[in-house]
Design a binder for this molecule. Sequence first.
Ligand code: SAH
Length: 459
Amino acid sequence: MAKPKAPVQKNQMIELTFEDMTHEGNGVGKLDGYPVFVENTLPGEKAQVKIIKVKKNFAVGKLIELQDVHPERIDPPCDVYKLCGGCQLQHMSYTMQLNMKHKTVKDNLRKIGHIEIEPNPTIGMEDPWRYRNKVQIPVSSKNGELTTGFYKKRSHEIIDTMDRCIITSEVNDRMVEAVRKIANDLGITSYDEKSHRGMLRHIVVRSSETTDQTMIVIVTRTKDLPHKKKLIKQLTETYPNIKSIMHNVNPNRTNVIMGKETTCLWGEDYIYDTMDGIHFAISAKSFYQVNSDQTKVLYDKALEYAGLTGKETVIDAYCGIGTISLFLAKKAKHVYGVEVVPEAIEDAKKNAELNQIENADFYVGQAEDVMTQWSEGGFTPDVIVVDPPRKGCDEALLDSMIKMNPDRIVYVSCNPSTLARDLAILKEGSYQIDKVQPVDMFPQTHHVENVVLMSRENK
Ligand code: SAH
């Protein structure tokens, strides 16, 4: 068979009408069935497009001029939206973002899991800006001055005109600026990726709105951090919200932000956040959800779907620092949390103690191994909650869940495609899907979180 030929060439200008949108928020237009993907365009719009990449089965174009404009298109409020890769949906109204995420979930369930279900409408935020409680920003320099800014899309070049990030909290923006200015005045150099020289790599800031506490993590290539005392003095004297200043050393040529070694330069090595009356101690490397308001919404849904009366035994797999476990413990007989990172389990135990919660136990291990052992040992929990990373659950874990035969499974997911794959397996194992609730944890970006309730068929 003759090799199909792409109907466009690189650098060609075409007029294109967009029919659809990818889950990443790019418009899709078709030329006799051949798809062309273009950033910053919406379904129904018509535009002049320049082809920038041609492949056998698709092409990528660049928006040159819009001709028909979608009524839900808005001016992106961020000055560096087009440069930065962080947000993808700022050019559409918030209502459109929520609808699009609903469609993403429904499409994934249908196409990947062959599951026909109408998810609930996406739960959005009242104010979908300034929601991030954590920022990790790379440091560079321009004309001898330190600059901070995210990387430009698909590159490792820093946006040096960025003075704020409007999805991160105001306090975090202010803290980044303060550290940058003080470090600059003290002559601390920025790290240069190419030559692997210089010191300051990233400034990481985490703040709690409920306790007004901030942790700053200064990530350097070198063990040495000059003028430490002055840096600490200037920061802590000016900003009483700072409760912890940590130093992380990352000597490696890597994209991973933090290295192995973390020491406390000043204050405590954790800060507190409070959610629904539960206090959480969070350390520099702990996984903690970045959108606190929506986390509460998400966990409340998980708790509602768990349907606890106080008599149930519950497993919380992939429990992190025990956030969901402790939420559930208030309404359950006993909760068993399992997580692979030992430090997170240390935090989980500390958090249980801090809140005087005595009906939660935590175990370190691969959830798939621990759950298989539990299942083989005859453990039969009433409810299982899982909240895996983007790659979803291991098959051994899905099998052991089915064998443990709980009344309900609550699946919390940050990736609709692996969710769809896993739900299909659980469905085969006689669990029906009762409810799918998308929650918008990351407004302005294409990410969507879900809580799903499943129950055993023919109880
Ligand atoms: N439920 C927690 C954390 C969810 S993030 C919260 O809401 O805060 C997913 C967690 O799964 C991370 O803490 C990660 O360390 C952990 N994890 C990843 N792979 C794992 C595995 N195979 N077994 C157990 N935990 C794992």
